[in-house]
Design a protein. Structure first.
Length: 319
């Protein structure tokens, strides 16, 4: 850890699903604009971190475009190849969950850094799952191939009956943290207190970086703690209610991935407000309030507002 201490001006954290990529907008990998922003941030001394509920393996198409990653909702952290955090779920807890909830018509994934294990009874489900979402089968393996020293960082539970989710959360409220996905009936399960925000707090403290110099983009409930852990949290246009409550800003829904630009060596964020719901005057006012809340004189910045309502206008706005 010593070789990365005091090396960065700040850190920018990017959620993955619904933020860096988005199936609704048919964005399967980080866009050229996002990659350009990542490179500029790196050039100007900022650490860029992917921050996802996914495992490292499930991010392989984009993870190398970032300087590091927080995965499994905060259970594992790596910065420039160095492991900073590696938290695992004890086997006795794994077996308790399986014994009680597998009989209740659930599918349980056991997530490690590189492989997702499944119970042999679910093999057909995972084969179809890979075909449906075009995922490599090498990402999955039956539980019988798991070795004793392989850490399980996170569980994922698919459920059909909402009562199963409610019962699980109540029974294990003192043991696990659960985060529901935005559009699917499954939850991420990590040890209590292990969240993206917890991992971020630990990382920036170790790096000696002031919270005000940290930024995060996100959209789902598992991003709430991430938003609270940084100086500026930016919610995507499509976001959960909980994220909207804690975010400092909200981007517009313009089919544009999060982007940052640098002005005089400082980080600035594009898409500060939802212009579809606010008048131009209110957009300016929101920007000024934001700057004032951080003891920044808004008169030292040029604040401009652009709007787009058609695909062609969106393309022009990107340029």
């Amino acid at each position: 850890m010593e070789r990365v201490m005091n090396k960065y001006k700040g850190v920018v954290f990017f959620d993955y699903d619904g933020t860096t990529v988005d199936e609704v907008d048919n964005i399967a990998t980080a866009t050229p604009k996002t990659v350009e922003s990542l490179n500029k941030l790196k050039e100007n001394g900022y650490l860029t971190m992917l921050c996802s509920g996914r495992t490292h393996r499930f991010l392989e198409m984009d993870v190398d475009k970032f300087m590091g990653a927080i995965t499994c909702n905060g259970s594992h952290t790596e910065v420039e190849g160095e492991v900073i955090r590696d938290i695992c779920i004890p086997d006795e807890l794994l077996f308790k969950v399986v014994n009680e909830y597998f009989p209740r018509d659930t599918i349980i994934h056991f997530e490690t850094r590189d492989i997702s294990y499944y119970l042999h009874m679910d093999e057909e489900f995972f084969k179809n799952h890979c075909k449906l979402f075009n995922l490599p089968q090498r990402w999955y393996a039956p539980w019988k191939f798991r070795t004793k020293n392989t850490h399980i960082s996170k569980l994922v539970m698919n459920y059909k009956d909402i009562q199963v989710k409610k019962d699980f959360e109540e029974e294990f409220k003192d043991v696990f943290t659960c985060a529901k996905h935005v559009r699917e009936n499954f939850i991420d399960i990590t040890l209590k207190g292990v969240t993206k925000g917890d991992a971020i707090t630990e990382l920036i403290e170790k790096l000696g970086i002031d919270k005000k110099d940290t930024y995060a983009f996100g959209d789902a409930d598992n991003d709430v703690e991430m938003m609270q852990a940084v100086g500026t949290g930016i919610a995507m246009g499509r976001h959960s209610e909980k994220v909207g409550e804690v975010a400092s800003m909200v981007t517009g829904i313009l089919n544009i991935r999060p982007s940052l630009f640098l002005k005089n060596g400082e980080v600035n964020v594009s898409g500060l407000c939802r212009t579809r719901k606010k008048s131009v005057a209110n957009v300016f006012e929101s920007c000024k309030k934001y700057f004032t809340s951080r003891n920044i004189d808004p008169n030292t910045y040029d604040i401009s507002v652009a709007s787009a309502t058609t695909p062609d206008e969106c393309d022009e706005l990107r340029r």
